[in-house]
Design a protein around this ligand. Structure first.
Ligand SMILES: Cc1cc2nc3c(=O)[nH]c(=O)nc-3n(C[C@H](O)[C@H](O)[C@H](O)COP(=O)(O)O)c2cc1C
Length: 178
C-alpha cells in the first residue's frame, strides 16, 4: 500500500479483534514513528508499548475511552520529553506536542499499511497514565493509541473521510481569502 492509499483508507478503529500483533509488525510500525522528522532533529518522542493485561486494565481506567484500550491487544502510549522542546511556533505558541503528533501520524499510516487499526485518544487523565506506566517528571503523555486488527464491522465506523471540508473551504492560493 502506498502512502496515499494509506491516507485515503485510514479509519479510526472503533472495535478491535483480540488477535495478537506479531512483534515484527509492531517493530515496523514503531520504526515508522521513529523515522519522523522533528524540530532540530531533537526527536522528543518516546513510545511505551503496553501488552500486559493488568497494566492495560489500569490504563483503561485512565480514560473515558477505556473500552478501546482494554480490548485492543496492544496500546502504544506516545510521550513528549519536555527538556527536548525549547521552541515555539513563530514565537507565539509552544511547539510542545507538535513533533510527537507528526510521529503518531507516521505510526497510524504505517499501521494502516500493515492492515492494523489504531485510534488516537487524548481524553485521558495525565496523572493516572503517568502513575500506571511509572513516568518520570518532565515527560508527558501526548497520545494513547490502541492498536490491533479491526473487528469486521469496525464498531460501525463511518466510510473513510466522510464529512471532510471541501477543497475550496480549506485550500487557497496567494492570499488568505476567508
Ligand atoms: C489529535 C487527535 C486526538 C483525538 N482524540 C480522540 C479522543 O480522545 N477520543 C476519541 O474517541 N477519538 C479521538 N480522536 C479520533 C477522532 O475523533 C477521529 O479521528 C475523528 O472523529 C475523525 O473521524 P472520522 O474519520 O470518522 O470522521 C482523535 C484524533 C486526533 C487526530
Amino acid at each position: 500500500m502506498d502512502v496515499l492509499d494509506a491516507i485515503r483508507s485510514f479509519r479510526p478503529c472503533l472495535q478491535y479483534n483480540p488477535r495478537p500483533i506479531s512483534p515484527e509488525k509492531l517493530k515496523t510500525i514503531l520504526s515508522a514513528a521513529r523515522l519522523a522528522p522533528s524540530q532540530r532533529n531533537l526527536q522528543p518522542w518516546r513510545f511505551v508499548v503496553v501488552q500486559d493485561d493488568e497494566r492495560k486494565r489500569l490504563l483503561a481506567q485512565a480514560s473515558n475511552r477505556g473500552k478501546l484500550i482494554a480490548e485492543a491487544p496492544a496500546v502504544i502510549v506516545a510521550f513528549a520529553v519536555e527538556e527536548d522542546i525549547p521552541v515555539t511556533i513563530g514565537g507565539y505558541i509552544s511547539a510542545y506536542p507538535l513533533d510527537v503528533a507528526v510521529a503518531v501520524d507516521h505510526l497510524q499510516l504505517a499501521a494502516t499499511a500493515e492492515g492494523l487499526g489504531t485510534n488516537w485518544i487524548i481524553e485521558f487523565h495525565e496523572d493516572k497514565v503517568r502513575s500506571v506506566l511509572n513516568v518520570p517528571e518532565g515527560v508527558h503523555p501526548i497520545a494513547v493509541i490502541p492498536i490491533g486488527y479491526p473487528a469486521e464491522t469496525n464498531g460501525g465506523a463511518k466510510p473513510a473521510n466522510e464529512g471532510r471540508k471541501s477543497p475550496d473551504e480549506v485550500i487557497a492560493y496567494d492570499a488568505y481569502p476567508w
